[in-house]
Design a protein around this ligand. Structure first.
Ligand SMILES: C[S@@+](CC[C@H](N)C(=O)[O-])C[C@H]1O[C@@H](n2cnc3c(N)ncnc32)[C@H](O)[C@@H]1O
Length: 270
């Protein structure tokens, strides 16, 4: 497949900028806000779900840094900086932890680099996550990630942007193959329960709208998402709805349909 790093185009919505709008950031254009408004029409709680996604990411990286002792992270498809980012969460636990962020969005490269490269243990690489071998060969990745020791690979809300033609299973297995034993992989992914429920209908409607507006967004089944962890041992509680993955406390509200449209998990390479 050809490698095509996009250029900044304020007339075409970008995944990173639309997600920034969901998270209440300020690095987005009118065209991104239009996509955001369209999504709100069918999923009014989308901003809350976006915040829950980030909260899951922070719980996951805290687990890797604190309980699993991982001290080097590759956060692929990192997105624009927001309230809390991987390096802040893990360096609070271990100030020596190294984080390499990767994204192919030029706005993330421009605005994110300065904010995300806050210290000499945090780095940013422009790269395309669909081409793992190329990405893992990047000089910055090679310089700062020691492939003889466990790595925390983060794929938070990214693989659903990899179309089937790019073979997401092969993409993920290339990452897993490259990881040393004792490494951890976190994946969160848009989910279609596929059971005729109102959540499944919302998944189908959302996918049609996202695909029409953004060209890339795939809601997949639990089995498909689970298959991206091939070669890994799942950490408890396995692939679960994000709110079920080691929540910080009791859930005070019932889940909405939107809460059933994301699954996440962490696997450990034996
Ligand atoms: C929904 S956002 C998720 C951001 C962040 N990981 C999080 O969980 O908050 C998806 C991110 O993946 C990036 N992305 C999508 N396709 C990509 C690709 N082929 N290569 C690198 N980054 C990509 C987008 O630019 C965007 O920043």
């Amino acid at each position: 497949m050809p490698r095509d790093l996009p250029e900044i185009d304020p007339t075409v919505p970008s995944i990173a900028r639309v997600y920034d709008a969901f998270l209440g950031g300020k690095d987005h254009y009118e065209v991104d806000r239009q996509v955001y408004q369209e999504i709100l029409k069918i999923a009014p709680d989308a901003p809350k779900i976006g915040r829950e996604c980030r909260a899951w990411l922070i719980r996951v990286v805290r687990f890797m840094a604190a309980s699993a002792g991982v001290d080097q992270f590759l956060d692929v498809g990192s997105g624009l900086p927001t309230a809390e980012n991987t390096h802040q969460a893990v360096q609070r636990i271990n100030p020596e932890a190294v984080v390499v962020y990767v994204d192919n969005d030029p706005i993330v490269a421009a605005h994110g680099r300065a904010l995300l490269e806050e210290n000499d243990r945090t780095h940013f690489v422009v790269g395309d996550l669909r081409f793992p071998n190329e990405l893992l060969d990047d000089p910055v990745v090679s310089r700062y990630i020691d492939w003889t020791r466990p790595v925390g690979l983060i794929q938070s809300n990214t693989v659903h942007h990899v179309a089937d033609e790019y073979k997401p299973n092969e993409v993920m297995s290339a990452y897993v193959d490259a990881l040393p034993s004792g490494s951890y992989v976190a994946i969160s992914h848009l989910h279609n329960p596929g059971d005729g429920s109102s959540a499944a209908v919302l998944a189908e409607e959302s996918e049609v709208r996202y695909m029409a507006m953004m060209g890339t967004c795939h809601f997949r089944t639990r089995e498909q998402i689970q298959s991206y962890f091939a070669g890994l041992e799942m950490v408890e509680p396995g692939l679960s709805y994000l709110w079920e993955w080691w929540p910080d406390g009791p859930r005070m509200k019932s889940p909405t349909d939107g809460d059933y449209l994301l699954l996440g998990g962490v696997g450990r390479k034996p």
